[in-house]
Design a protein around this ligand. Structure first.
Ligand code: FMN
Length: 318
C-alpha cells in the first residue's frame, strides 16, 4: 500500500493507543510486520505549549520508520501550528488527526469524536493543515449513526487533501462495545479515491481476511488485539499471504515480553508505562494466566517482576 508518497511493506497498521503505543511497543509491532505504527494521541495544545510529554510520545528512531504521529485538538490554527512543530521535531512520515476518541475528557473539550458533529470545523482544520504542513495528513474517524453524514465527513476530508482515512466502525456512543460495522468503511471506499483503512475487531487472520474482502479497503488497522501481542502482525500477515495458521505459545509470549522490557529500558521508558498492566496483557488467554497475572500483580519490584516473567512458561503450561 502507498500512503502519502511512502511505499509501505504491507497493509497492516498499528492503531494509535493511549498508554500503549510507545516507541518500544511500536518497534516490536514493526518487527512482526506492522507496516506503519502511530504514536498515541498527543494534544495539539500541549505541543504548542512545549509540554515535556510531547517529546516522550513523539520520540522515534530510524529503525522505526515509517511512523505516524497522531494529534488531537479542535482549533485549526493550534492544530496546524502543533503539526508544524511535530514535523520539525520528529519528521514523521504521516501526521494523523484524531476524530474518534469518545472519552468525555476529550469530547467535552470539543475534540476527538465530538468534531464529527461539526463538519465545517473539520473542513477548516484539514484545509489549513493540508495547505501549510509538508507532511502528508491522514484522519481517523468513527462512524455516525447515519451513512450519509459519515460519507459527507469522508468527502470533506478528501477534498481538504488527506492522503488516507481510517474508519473505526463504531459510533462515539458505542465506545468500544458491540461489533464494528464495516459497511461504512466499504461505502467510504467506494466513494473516495484516497486509501481507506478499516479498523475495529481485527483479531486474527480469519477476521482480517473477511474484513479486507468485504470492505475492499486498502489496509487494516489493529488495536486491542495487538496489546500484549505484537506477534499478531506476523500471524495475520502469514494467514493473508498463504493461509498458514502460525502456532503461538507461551514461550513466544514470554520472549516477546522480555524483549519489550529490554526495549523500554533501552529508550528509558520503564518509568513511563504501567509495567504490571503491560506485562499482564502479554499473558492474556494463556491457560493458567490467572496465576501468572497474580504473580505479576504481587511483584513488588522490577526484579521480582522480571523473575516472574522468566519463570512464566515453567510453572504454567498452555
Ligand atoms: C487503550 C486504548 C487507547 C486508545 N487510544 C487511542 C488514541 O490515542 N487515538 C485513537 O485514534 N484511537 C485510540 N484508541 C482506539 C483504537 O485506535 C481503535 O480505533 C479501537 O480500539 C478499535 O480497534 P480494535 O477493535 O482493533 O481495538 C484506543 C483504544 C484503546 C483500547
Amino acid at each position: 500500500m502507498r500512503l502519502g508518497g511512502v511505499d509501505l511493506t504491507g497493509n497492516l497498521l498499528l492503531a494509535p493507543m493511549a498508554d500503549v503505543t510507545n516507541l518500544a511497543f511500536r518497534l516490536m509491532c514493526k518487527k512482526y510486520g506492522a507496516s506503519l505504527s502511530f504514536t498515541e494521541m498527543i494534544s495539539s495544545d500541549a505541543v504548542v505549549h512545549g509540554n515535556e510529554k510531547t517529546f516522550l510520545r513523539g520520540m522515534t528512531c530510524e529503525e522505526e520508520r515509517p511512523f505516524g504521529v497522531q494529534l488531537f485538538g479542535n482549533c485549526p490554527e493550534t492544530i496546524t501550528s502543533a503539526a508544524l512543530s511535530i514535523e520539525e521535531m520528529f519528521e514523521p512520515e504521516i501526521i494523523d488527526i484524531n476524530l474518534g476518541c469518545p472519552s468525555p475528557a476529550i469530547t467535552n473539550a470539543g475534540c476527538g469524536s465530538a468534531l464529527l458533529r461539526s463538519p465545517d470545523v473539520i473542513s477548516s482544520i484539514f484545509s489549513s493543515l493540508c495547505e501549510d504542513v509538508r507532511t502528508p495528513v491522514t484522519a481517523k474517524i468513527r462512524i455516525l449513526e447515519n451513512m450519509e453524514a459519515t460519507l459527507d465527513i469522508a468527502c470533506r476530508l478528501e477534498d481538504a487533501g488527506v492522503c488516507a482515512i481510517t474508519v473505526h466502525g463504531r459510533t462515539r456512543e458505542q465506545g468500544y462495545q458491540g461489533v464494528a460495522d464495516h459497511s461504512y468503511a466499504k461505502r467510504i471506499k467506494e466513494e473516495v479515491s484516497v486509501p481507506v483503512i478499516a479498523n475495529g475487531d481485527v483479531r486474527d487472520g480469519d477476521s482480517a481476511k473477511r474484513i479486507l474482502e468485504y470492505t475492499g479497503c486498502d489496509g487494516l488497522m489493529i488495536g486491542r488485539a495487538a496489546m500484549g501481542d505484537p506477534h499478531i502482525f506476523y500471524r495475520i500477515s502469514r494467514y493473508l499471504e498463504d493461509g498458514e495458521v502460525i502456532e503461538f505459545g507461551c514461550e513466544q509470549r514470554r520472549d516477546d515480553l522480555l524483549e519489550y522490557i529490554r526495549l523500554l529500558e533501552k529508550f528509558d521508558l520503564v518509568d513511563h508505562v504501567n509495567m504490571k498492566a503491560h506485562s499482564q496483557w502479554f499473558t492474556r488467554g494463556l491457560r493458567g494466566s490467572r496465576g501468572i497475572r497474580l504473580g505479576m500483580g504481587n511483584a513488588d519490584s522490577h526484579s521480582s517482576l522480571m523473575d516472574c516473567i522468566r519463570n512464566m512458561c515453567g510453572d504454567f503450561e498452555e
